[in-house]
Write a protein that binds this ligand. Structure first.
Ligand code: ATP
Ligand code: MG
Length: 417
């Protein structure tokens, strides 16, 4: 065997999308992970018919085509939780979620090796500043992710905060001495890096993050605009007497949460839904809940909500297409509703940005540049909430989905020095 290969692969393992790259002639060179695409949905599908695991866009295609199998997205949000290490039977193998993340990362590694002809024994991986507000779970999340890289065949991995990578990739937007704040609003987390641009490098002053992102936008929109059609907030009769109570919220919250949907496809939740239907004042709503759990349509709903969110943001109005649940069920979603429902979350993001500069002892007015990256920075409500707290800063837009991998690619080669 040869000794350790020197090439280091930069990998952005995102909640919603992943990407990988290296540096060539001083510029980031991103790997085509799917035909022509430099980003790959962080999703897998265990196809029960074909008996194989599909990865990325192919996983979503199989799900939406109604193939029989198990779809999983937003696995990054599960890192650090004890269930990461619970084994389950999938296609005749006993796998835990670390194995599943590992197979995803292994695909990225293989694609990178095929595309470059190099071997990558080491990776520089991005990580959010905080995976989780709880310290122990936050630490465990990195342990879990490291183990996934090891099981994927990497000898070693080192981590860089995602917004710090974005700062490296976007420093040319700033003049020497300018003070920039990276605002990376992704699928699962919002991450901030305050940095000063220097002639040769950047000085990182503070990085900070919160567990809040576009999947939380989807969750709130789904809870408020879709779940009422499935019985959320609706009355359930008691078995005896005339009294009623409101249907329990948990099942609806889980159905609206990308990383929790798969766990609802179990006999207990189906039984609960049927019981609710039996005693409901409006059984037709709970009949929809029963069919969503029976036919496993939770992710189809999540995709419809995500698309409705993006359309409402772009066009001022969108539809949430739930025809797969019931003919003619297409609740509309106005741009104003999106703003009203999401503003409490974007305010929290803005507060986290303020906390970032406060940690550095700097007044908000001292920030000269805001650099927006991450898919959820494309939401107008996000940008407006953030710009409102830094009125003096010039706003720039980095490449929403590739700024982090660009920075990781630039930093990869020297990451182990
Ligand atoms: N055009 C768009 N308008 C609004 N939101 C969008 C758009 N495109 C993608 N998004 C949202 O951006 C999010 C994904 O962003 P991104 O790919 O930056 O996240 P990620 O890197 O996978 O997640 P994280 O960094 O939090 O782990 C999703 O919630 C998606 O719905
Ligand atoms: Mg990201």
């Amino acid at each position: 065997m040869k000794g350790q290969n020197m090439a280091v692969l930069g990998i952005d393992f995102g909640t919603s999308n992943s990407a990988a790259g290296i540096v060539r002639d001083g510029e980031p060179y991103l790997i085509a992970l799917e035909t022509g695409q430099s980003t790959l949905p962080t999703a897998v599908f265990f196809d029960f018919e074909e008996k194989k695991m599909l990865i990325g866009g192919a996983a979503g295609t199989a799900l939406l085509a109604g193939e029989e199998g198990r779809y999983m997205r937003a696995l990054k949000s599960l890192l650090g939780a004890p269930l990461m290490r619970e084994k389950r039977n999938l296609l005749g193998e006993k796998l835990d979620f670390i194995d599943i993340v590992a197979r995803f990362l292994q695909r990225v590694k293989q694609q990178a090796e095929k595309a470059t002809g190099e071997r990558f024994d080491r990776a520089l991986s991005g990580r959010p500043v905080r995976f989780h507000p709880d310290d122990a779970r936050n630490a465990q999340a990195e342990v879990d992710l490291r183990e996934a890289y090891t099981r994927a065949g990497f000898d070693d991995v080192t981590f860089m905060f995602e917004p710090e990578a974005a700062a490296l990739a976007n420093r040319s937007l700033l003049a020497e001495g300018d003070l920039g704040l990276i605002v990376d609003i992704g699928g699962g987390t919002s991450d901030f890096t305050l940095f000063r641009n220097r002639a040769e490098a950047i000085d990182i002053l503070v990085s900070h993050g919160v567990r809040l992102g576009g999947t939380d936008f989807d969750r709130v929109l789904s809870i408020e605009t879709v779940m009422p059609h499935l019985g959320r907030g609706s009355a359930i009769r008691h078995a005896f007497g005339d009294e009623t109570h409101v249907a329990p919220a948990t099942i609806f919250n889980d159905l609206a949460t990308w990383q929790k949907i798969q766990f609802l496809y179990a006999p207990e939740s189906r039984r609960l839904a049927k019981d609710l239907e039996k005693y409901a004042v409006e059984p037709e709503k709970f009949a929809r809940l029963v069919s969503v759990l029976t036919d496993e349509l939770g992710h189809d709903i999540a995709f419809a909500v995500e698309q409705g969110k993006i359309d409402a943001n772009n066009d001022g109005a969108g539809d949430i297409d739930l025809k797969i649940v019931e003919r003619g069920l297409v609740p509309s979603l106005s741009g104003e509703t999106v703003v009203d429902l999401l503003e409490p979350l974007t305010q929290e993001m803005a507060n986290a940005a303020l906390a970032t500069v406060a940690q550095a002892g700097i007044e908000p007015a001292g920030v000269t540049h805001l650099v927006f990256v991450g898919g959820s920075s494309l939401m107008n409500v996000t940008r407006e909430s953030l710009q409102a707290v830094f009125p003096k800063a010039a706003a720039h837009h980095g490449s929403a989905l590739t700024a982090i991998v660009d920075g990781l690619s630039l930093a990869a080669q020297t990451a182990f020095d």
